[in-house]
Design a protein around this ligand. Sequence first.
Ligand SMILES: [Fe+2]
Length: 169
Amino acid sequence: MTIVARTFATFAEGFGLSYADEVSGETYFATFATAEPDPRRAAIWDKIALIENRMEAALRPLAKALGVIPANLAALRQSGRDEALADPIQCWEAAMEEMAREYPAYLDEFAGLKVIAPQEAFDVMDLLYAHEVAMIDFAKLEIAGRHDSGAPLDAFLARLQNGPDGRIQ
Ligand SMILES: [Fe+2]
């Protein structure tokens, strides 16, 4: 899979699609967690699904204000499950390599979106960027065989729960 950074005509369009990706992302990663026989790896997929869930909550107020909450959230959640089932994890190492190699495209996309963002969106755009960095850093540590590979994910969750710019509501 090659992920290509999208560009958007308006901030609202891009933010709405980013919001939708968090909704489908949660069920996508949760589906991997359910299918994963190794408990440590399943827990990691679960943690990433939780991050997507928290990101959806963090993005929701601005998505609402912009009027870009998708009408059919249930269909969006199902699309995440369907996507994961259509392309299941065959090999953990390959999945980590793909994450480390492909997810930086999302960083490019978020950076481009921030350029056209209104100032009130800066904090949440930084959060969106940081959640992708946490996943990429995790994947790199996992590839390196580090036992503490989950640390970037934990640190990001702690930021969401406790950080001054990471409030959920
Ligand atoms: Fe995400």
